[in-house]
Design a protein. Structure first.
Length: 350
């Protein structure tokens, strides 16, 4: 049954994106502007990101509406990422959405960025519905969840320091590769030998058991430090250039091993062979390959296209449609929150 027409806005970091969705899952228009201004600095500069959102958001929304063949007055609701993220960047989207909702006299729906990543694969894959184990991996978050139904999220594990995407960016910078680091590492790794350098698999031990504090949690800071030490050793003896691809491959393999093994632990404990992979690192081909192989023959890996794995307005609109259906409408004094709590998230019992 056809639902409301929803505008989704995403400005939590360095993508300015707008989408028009006919709820629940018919995407009518979708535009993503990825800021390339940050490559010069090797990472996102919050002030530059916020200014770029201000400069681009009107044009991005106009193009999304044009793709959808509609105008602002056709919209039934406006959904926007309210957190977590960079506060200046978030405020651009939230203020724009509040103004639009007020002018149109339409409902405003505020969305949690990581819940939106959960919904993204459902826009392309009708099988991406609960129950499933979810691995959300991005530049700022690494979360392992069990999702029995939409809106109910059992937290199994999370990173204790660096997120997986953050580790990719830091190692890429260390190797002299461009930002964002994920695609650069993956490209170099495709030409490297992942077995040449033996890097650690942090918080992954054979004697871990369910109920242990670190059974599901992640840590990538030590892996990053191991790469720092390896690079220092090599540079003290010779040029790093001939070894960069092998280092990239070894690092990527270590990350994929840890993420895959922890996820498969959840699959076994929850007796649920459907795994949803979301967040920017979900676009990594090696991680997808490793998970898909471990899930054979009876399991199923649920992912979106790389376009829907990155930050985007479509996922915000889809999560907004879910919250709107539940009657969860925000007031016009709503604000952004860089530490916004994940709605419906509870710590899983041991």
């Amino acid at each position: 049954m056809s639902g409301p027409l929803i505008l989704g806005l995403e400005t939590s970091c360095d993508e300015t994106s707008a989408a028009v969705l006919k709820a629940p899952d018919t995407l009518k228009g979708h535009v993503i502007y990825s800021q390339d201004e940050h490559a010069l600095y090797g990472g996102v500069v919050p002030e530059i990101a916020a200014r770029a959102h201000v400069q681009r958001i009107d044009d991005v929304v106009d193009r999304a509406l044009e793709e959808a063949g509609c105008v602002m007055s056709d919209l039934d609701a406006v959904a926007v990422t309210a957190g977590p993220g960079l506060i200046g960047a978030l405020l651009v989207g939230v203020c724009w959405a509040k103004a639009a909702a007020f002018a149109l006299q339409r409902p405003l729906v505020t969305v949690h960025h990581m819940e939106a990543h959960l919904f993204a694969p459902s826009l392309e894959n009708p099988e991406a519905v609960p129950p499933f184990v979810a691995l959300l991996v991005s530049g700022g978050h690494t979360l392992l969840l069990y999702v029995p139904e939409w809106g109910t999220y059992h937290l199994l594990g999370q990173t204790r320091d660096d997120a997986a995407g953050e580790a990719f960016d830091k190692v890429a910078r260390l190797l002299g590769m461009p930002y964002p680091g994920g695609p650069a590492i993956e490209a170099a790794a495709s030409r490297g030998d992942p077995a040449r350098f033996q890097l650690p698999r942090p918080m992954l031990r054979a004697n871990q058991r369910p109920g242990d504090d670190d059974f599901y949690d992640f840590s990538f800071s030590g892996l990053k430090t191991a790469v720092v030490n390896l690079v220092s050793e090599i540079e003290a003896d010779r040029s790093l250039d001939p070894d960069k691809e092998d280092i990239a491959a070894s690092f990527q393999e270590a990350v994929a091993d840890v993420l895959t093994e922890k996820t498969m632990r959840a699959v076994e404990e929850k007796d649920c062979a459907h795994v949803l992979l979301g967040g920017g690192v979900a676009a990594n081909g090696r991680l997808r390959e490793a998970l898909a192989k471990r899930l054979e023959p009876d399991g199923l890996l649920l992912t979106g296209s790389p376009r829907l794995s990155l930050d985007n307005g479509a996922m915000v609109a889809r999560a907004g449609a879910f919250r709107l259906e539940r009657g969860e409408v925000a007031s016009l004094d709503a604000s952004a929150d860089p530490n916004l709590a994940f709605p419906g998230l509870v710590k899983a019992s041991a």
